[in-house]
Write a protein that binds this ligand. Sequence first.
Ligand code: PLP
Length: 433
Amino acid sequence: MKPDQIALPIDEFPTKWYNVVPDLPEPLPPPKEPETGPSRMEYLGRTMIKECLGQEMSSQRWISIPEDIRELYIHMGRPRPLYRANRLEKNLGLKKVKLFYKREDLSPTGSHKTNTAIAQAYYAMKEGKTTLSTETGAGQWGTALAYAAKLLDLGCVVFWVRSVYDWKIDRKTLMKLLDAKVFASPSKETKMGREILSKNPKSPGSLGIAISEGLEYTETHENSVYCLGSVLNHVMTQQSVIGLETIKQFDMIDEKPDLIVGCLGGGSNFGGIALPFIGEVLKGKRKCEFLAAQSAAAPNLVKGEYKYDFGDVAEHTPLLKMYTLGHKSDMVPIRADGLRYHAAGPIISLLRKHNIVKAVAYPVDEKSIFEAARMFLQTEGWLPAPESSYAVRAGIDEALKTERAGVEKTICMNISGHGWLDLEAYRDKLGIQ
Ligand SMILES: Cc1ncc(COP(=O)(O)O)c(C=O)c1O
């Protein structure tokens, strides 16, 4: 028997998260206060989880994962398997190129987002908070936080970008089954939402707007705390379990990836798989390349400018140095809405500046993306989330290019989530009646 699944034993699950900050090629530019208005750092201190803010500024390379969080990780099925994509390789006629994929789609709510949701909910509970408030784009982060909140006996309030809220009915049901309060954003729940709706009652919303609403809700409701599912350093660190497991899995089969591919909105799944590998590349311990797959609706790493910008539309956050399209830029809605964010997180942006992370953006019609997802389903048998399908597309494109050049290569794609609650998008994009 030659199994294509590489399963890491439970007792090999990491005991520490990896923080890449001390290993970066130059110091990470710190968050900055804007020239006008109140202190945004104090604002974050009031609205966010203290332990997470500590991790945000930490230069400690390894951060212990509390035993209670490790137990919850294992409860929800970690370590997750790595697969060799034998059937996809055969379908593509690959002889020189090997394709692997990491299975974050096996998460209970359907994506990698539970890795940081569990940690944030745990720390919030320890700090005596009773309600978690947040934004969500694709709905994956909102569901993950609702799940983590329920496991830890906390309430959860989700501001969900309206253009997605309107069509993801089944995901909404899942959030409500988990007792979350869910609002389409912009909403009438916040001053900022009401202002936007008065100017444009049909506003499709954006992640930047939903973040502003989640923050405002936290400020105006006692004992609630704001949780963010991407972009920030502590989120990348808490997601590092993906890459730490993957390193061990490749070691188990004596293989070394030459290229890691992930989709990228704010950077959390990409950072999760790539940063532990990047750490080793930066220390001269391995050679590997890294490719972020994006949408032309929000090509922050491809077309953005590296500068200080806000993380949200209402300018509640401090300024962060990022590749950004501008925090007020309009971005057309797409089916893979989790990729529609104006900026890539500071760590990923710095690595882009040093050309350690490369990026590609696919057209907004998403046709080739959904075709790649269909091929993945028909060969490997798993349906990726629309966002993850960008990684599949980019992985296939790189594999074909390399094969044509006659070069041997091992490519690993991160399947950040499953698409079982996104079938409406598949019907629409693939013309299925
Ligand atoms: C399945 C999935 N993958 C990827 C993303 C993009 O986010 P990030 O870049 O933080 O991984 C999202 C965002 O919602 C998502 O739901």
